[in-house]
Design a protein. Structure first.
Length: 393
């Protein structure tokens, strides 16, 4: 059934269709509508769940861990500073192997204060042990939200579903909403194998003494790496049930590409149009839209590049003192390749700065030049900077 809904509404509806039993969250722009809709569903009887009101995001995720430990399907949502306030508890959630699902409406971090979009918030917690999925449109938000519960519950890992604030969270699109019966078939009632029992009280979470701590972290790392297989499996099962299959990434005209662009999230739609333009001109340009950032699909990404001569990573974040976070991982993925393409990094869209078609054409021009000359003149470039402000010549 088609519905004209925003990204926030798609996230809330996905959680409702998943029949979550506990929701705990704290409002923060631009995700607030998600928890408002879920509170509305609970209040009017559309969703049989407990809505736990708390004083902060730190408390919200703590409450979710407690609920998940009892064996019920649990959900939260946040953004920006709220996500960073949760960061301490995020490491606990993954270390305890709690199958939580969180929506994150990507928003810039302070300072300076910004309520607008980039992907710095989720990139800042990429080492927390959570699976991270990035959505390119509202259809992917609802579909990925439903899949996230099955992925989380079958891997015993927390999953974060990320989507660009305002660009998707507040923009309405036609979305094919799955029927409840189909979701129930795809996502059966959850049975947590280690649920706490008041009749047999135990302590969860061993003390990480030196004799054991490293092994626990190793086991978590292995679980996150292995989750790639489950993400692909669940994406295929979802496709069989609903006709829309998902994987780790979307490859667009990469088979014969000399130049490949790499993006995550809502940028992909506009970049596809630019790729189509160049294809009509006879230039072999392709696109990889990375859907899953953690676990990082290094092998799969390297294979997707094929025989490309240059790869341009376009991202809405920066690892201060280094390059873009996505660029770092792409570089590692190609570290031992016998014949790796040249790599270029473009930082853009911070604080919702417009990313224009002209800028994407600049990216393609630079990558094509690198492919022809075999040389990268500028590894990291910021798009759309105000020259009068930063003193550029």
């Amino acid at each position: 059934m088609k519905q004209f809904i925003t990204g926030n509404e798609a996230a809330a509806l996905g959680a409702k269709l998943a029949r979550v039993k506990v929701v705990s969250a704290y409002p923060i722009t631009p995700q607030t509508v998600i928890v408002e809709k879920l509170a509305e569903y609970v209040a009017n009887g559309e969703l049989d769940a407990e809505y736990v009101m708390v004083e902060s995001e730190h408390s919200a995720l703590s409450a979710c861990i407690g609920a998940a430990a009892t064996g019920v399907r649990t959900y939260t949502a946040t953004s920006s500073q709220g996500l960073i306030l949760m960061s301490e508890i995020m490491f606990i959630a993954s270390g305890l192997r709690m199958p939580l699902v969180m929506a994150n409406a990507n928003r810039s971090l302070s300072a300076p204060l910004s309520i607008w979009n980039d992907q710095q918030d989720s990139m800042a917690v990429r080492d927390s042990g959570w699976i991270q999925i990035y959505c390119q449109d509202n259809q992917e938000i609802i579909d990925s939200s439903i899949q996230a519960f099955r992925i989380a519950e079958e891997t015993l890992l927390p999953v974060m579903v990320c989507f660009d604030g305002y660009i998707l969270s507040h923009t309405a699109e036609n979305v094919d909403v799955p029927e409840q019966g189909g979701v129930d078939k795809f996502l059966p009632p959850y049975k947590y194998p280690y649920a706490l029992d008041p009749e047999h009280p135990v302590t969860i979470g061993a003390v990480g003494v030196p004799e054991y701590y490293e092994e626990f972290r190793y086991l978590l790392q292995e679980a996150v790496l292995k989750s790639k297989e489950k993400i692909v499996e669940v994406g295929k099962l979802f496709g069989k049930q609903f006709g829309r299959e998902y994987g780790l990434m979307e490859c667009y005209h990469t088979g014969d590409a000399d130049v490949v662009l790499v993006v995550m999230g809502s940028l992909s739609g506009g970049v596809k149009d630019i790729v189509d333009e160049y294809r009509k001109q006879g230039l072999k340009v392709g696109l990889v839209n990375l859907r899953v950032f953690r676990p990082f699909p290094a092998k799969e990404l390297a294979e997707a590049f094929g025989g490309a001569k240059a790869v341009a990573v376009i991202e809405k974040d920066v690892s201060m003192g280094s390059t873009g976070g996505l660029f770092l991982d792409v570089s590692v993925a190609l570290a031992n390749a016998k014949k790796a393409p040249l790599l270029l990094n473009f930082i853009c869209g911070l604080g919702s700065r417009d990313v224009t078609a002209a800028q994407i054409r600049e990216v393609v021009k630079s990558a094509v030049e690198a492919a022809k000359t075999g040389e990268v003149k500028e590894v990291v470039r910021w798009l759309g900077l105000r020259e009068t402000m930063v003193g550029l010549k």
